[in-house]
Design a protein around this ligand. Structure first.
Ligand code: NAD
Ligand code: AKB
Length: 321
């Protein structure tokens, strides 16, 4: 019993499904309240409540009812889907965050987690080893909402002493869950095609380098940041976080170590322009300095684990592991 009661928004998404399991393991399933606008179809040991994050009254009622002490606020519309309806995206991403910050302040919650993204960078940010403090000119409404969110988190910390913490996640790669409408989604989808013995058509060009991270590292970073002593948290907007960087061609070659006949073709679409405006690689020195961040998975370790894990789901394809 830790005394914590944790509400997760957007809990049915790519990160939420894995994060809720990790939080359950750490704090006990009784301590976790998963929420999402979509019904939960998975069987999980923790409680689920339907919640549209733009409904502040319901959020506050759940916080009071379950005596919530922390919120992990994941609900958002991601970069590619966001461009299809900018005002809708702005409403969910910004008003959702305002509701979380305001309820956390009013109910004096102990801690809040807000995920930002490499989408805060733009074509004027230095693309290689992009530093923590640099020019930020996001080109998508998603990136603009994340950068604005970072500033609001900083504001709530400094003006209301709310202990809100944040990471600029790179593209996250996972076998447990699918990616949900972003520009980095190809790096998840490609594995599902490869392991089923299918050819893959990539929506980014072969040489588009982007920062990525494997889900176990992303989850560990989140928990390590949230557990770090307050005085160690020097960045109250959002920490740069790095795992690995690669291009679709490099990832395909790595997959061919296990599935030699895997075929990939390239047909860039509107997501290419978004990817071109993002960094190639990230400098996460402040995260390493302040709370000892250290990624474990590089491209080859991630690829081997993804293929091993997905092969259990699609055992029909011949692979050499
Ligand atoms: P996802 O799209 O897979 O999941 C988001 C979830 O939010 C979905 O289950 C969706 O149903 C829910 N949602 C949408 N609108 C909602 C609303 N109005 N009320 C409540 N729930 C709503 O996204 P994800 O990949 O799990 O990302 C989670 C968070 O992490 C997001 O804030 C995202 O911006 C951030 N992030 C993700 C990545 C990544 O690569 N996955 C990278 C950087 C940042
Ligand atoms: C997206 O591509 O939109 C996300 C992200 C990097 O924020 N995966």
């Amino acid at each position: 019993m830790t005394g914590e009661s944790i509400l997760v928004t957007g809990a049915n998404g790519q990160i939420g499904t894995v994060l809720c399991e990790a939080l359950s393991k750490k704090y006990g399933a009784d301590a976790i309240l998963a929420t999402d606008i979509r019904e939960n179809t998975a069987t999980a040991a923790y409680t689920f409540e339907k919640l549209d994050i733009t409904d502040k009254a319901r959020l506050e009622a759940l916080v009071v009812q379950y005596q919530i002490t922390q919120i992990y606020h994941l609900a958002a519309i991601l970069s590619a889907k966001g461009e299809q309806n900018p005002m809708f995206t702005w409403n969910i991403n910004m008003n959702g965050l305002f509701n979380v910050l305001e309820v956390a302040r009013a109910q004096q919650l102990r801690r809040v987690f807000f995920p930002s993204s490499i989408a805060v960078f733009g074509d004027q940010s230095p693309p290689v080893d992009t530093p923590q403090d640099t020019i930020l000119n996001p080109s998508t409404i998603y990136g603009i909402s994340k950068r604005s969110g970072e500033l609001w988190c900083d504001y709530y910390h400094h003006n209301f002493q709310l202990d809100v913490r944040s990471l600029r996640y790179p593209g996250i790669i996972s076998y447990q869950s699918l990616a949900g409408g972003g520009t980095t989604d190809y790096a998840v989808d490609i594995f599902h095609y490869a392991v089923q013995g299918k050819a893959y058509e990539c929506f980014l060009s072969s040489d588009t380098r982007l920062p990525m991270i494997y889900m176990p590292d992303a989850i560990r970073a989140t928990l390590e940041l949230m557990e770090a002593p307050k005085e160690q948290i020097q960045v109250r907007s959002s920490y740069n976080l790095a795992g690995m960087s690669f291009t679709p061609a490099e990832l395909s070659n790595e997959i061919r170590q296990f599935i030699p006949k895997f075929e990939v073709s390239y047909k860039p679409d509107f997501r290419q322009k978004i990817a071109d405006s993002w960094s190639d690689s990230i400098d996460d020195t402040p995260a390493r300095r302040d709370w000892n961040w250290q990624p474990e998975f590089d491209l080859s370790a991630m690829t081997a684990d993804m293929i091993r894990q997905l092969h259990k789901r699609y055992p029909q394809t011949q692979i050499s592991i």
